[in-house]
Design a protein around this ligand. Structure first.
Ligand code: KIV
Ligand code: ZN
Length: 389
């Protein structure tokens, strides 16, 4: 069975920018958008056009320069917002209008203060209006994972009937479990009569740390688009992380039977650019792009890595564009890893006794320090005669 294509919809510039503390100007948005194009993401959500004049101009600038990815802007289900959104993306080689309206009882009652029937009418009118501008219309049923399934099914059927070509089911508050989220896709794809006329999309938040798992499970239940951000930045605890999703699909293609067109070798550079521009530091143990993602410290692991890197790595650093794996010395490291690190510093031990002495000095230093520098390591051979450099 061949792998099916998953559309990668990057929302770093919209949901990612909604992270408290991030504010991107036009130049920064354009720089990130060009990087995303180079990464070969399919859709770039450049922003929320009506949110400010600066945002509108930034989306226009992104639409002008990017040629190979579809450029999208979010819009409320309000006609004048859709008009402005359409104008913001009109200069793009390929554009999409993304409309959002909430479908959960709590959002409809308290936030929208509308009846479900009213919300439905509004949504259909918005899609029909947006179709005047574009054939590529995405509709997001905000808080879909807390919506009533029967109402959601009726809602999805009608927005598809009105012309939506992608339907997203956001887990807006990161509440769903993978099993529940996946079942929502299965259910809707089974009961909505015109479900095959639209692409179903996953959009997951990370409040319980399940955004990536939820997105991946959605692909197993028929989602063919995933919405995500570089480094997982986004509202509150963030969105599903693009690099984790792409590498999970890539590394476990045998399991997911899905593929993306993302250039995985550019992931590390993409992560660094977004971190540098936003000022959001990537945690060292972050999957795929963290500083320690390809570092090995304990003696048992280092010994395995030196014999065969597949013992402790399921992908190579080169696949994601990172530096080759590192053996990092610390108090858990073993003699073999120590000897290899010393060799990389130009030190060869003339005898086992020298190695034993240097190794025991190393353990004394490592007991005091979490990270050892080259000078610490070279100090372990101080005064020794039987070594060459
Ligand atoms: O999380 C969400 O529901 C969203 C919508 C605005 C698409 O980001
Ligand atoms: Zn979101």
């Amino acid at each position: 069975m061949s792998a099916e294509k998953i559309t990668i919809f990057d929302t770093t510039l919209r949901d990612g920018e909604q992270s408290p503390g991030i504010n991107l100007d036009t130049g920064e948005k354009v720089e990130i958008a060009l990087m995303l194009e180079g990464l070969k993401v399919d859709v770039i959500e450049a922003g929320f056009a009506v949110s400010s004049p600066g945002e509108f101009e930034a989306i226009k600038a992104v639409a002008r320069v990017v040629k190979d990815s579809t450029i999208c802007s979010l819009s409320r289900a309000v006609e004048r917002d859709i008009d402005l959104t359409a104008e913001a993306v009109s200069g793009a080689a390929s554009s999409r209008i993304h409309i959002v309206l909430a479908t959960s009882p709590i959002h409809m009652k308290y936030k929208l203060q509308m009846t479900p029937e009213n919300v439905l009418e509004h949504a259909v009118r918005a899609v029909v209006h947006a179709r005047r501008y574009s054939e590529d219309i995405e509709f997001s049923c905000e808080d879909a994972s807390r919506s009533e399934p029967e109402f959601l099914a009726r809602f999805v059927e009608q927005v598809i009937g009105a012309g939506a070509t992608t339907v997203s089911l956001p887990d807006t508050v990161g509440y769903a479990t993978p099993d529940e989220y996946g079942k929502l896709f299965t259910y809707l794809r089974n009961v909505v009569p015109n479900a095959d006329k639209a692409v179903f999309s996953a959009h997951c938040h990370n409040d319980l740390g399940m955004a990536v798992s939820n997105s991946l499970e959605a692909t197993r239940q028929g989602a063919r688009q995933i919405e995500c951000t570089i480094n997982g930045i986004g509202e509150r605890a963030g969105n599903a992380s693009l690099e984790e999703i792409v590498m999970a699909l890539h590394t476990r293609e045998d399991f997911f039977r899905c593929r993306t067109s993302v250039e995985t070798r550019r992931l590390t550079a993409a992560s660094r650019l977004v971190s540098e521009i936003t000022g959001f530091v990537v945690q060292p143990n972050k999957a795929i792009v963290g500083r320690n993602a390809f570092s090995h410290q304990s003696g048992i692991h280092q010994d395995g890595m030196l014999k065969n890197p597949l013992t402790y790595q399921i992908m190579t650093a080169a696949e994601v564009g990172a530096d080759e794996y590192r053996l990092v010395l610390g108090k858990n490291s073993g003699r073999n890893g120590f000897r290899m690190c010393m060799r990389s510093l130009g030190v060869e031990f003339g005898s086992d006794a020298d190695l034993d002495l240097a190794f025991s000095r190393f353990k004394d230093i490592a007991d005091q320090k979490a990270s050892l520098c080259d000078e610490d390591l070279l100090a372990t051979v101080a005064g020794m005669e039987a070594f060459s450099r």
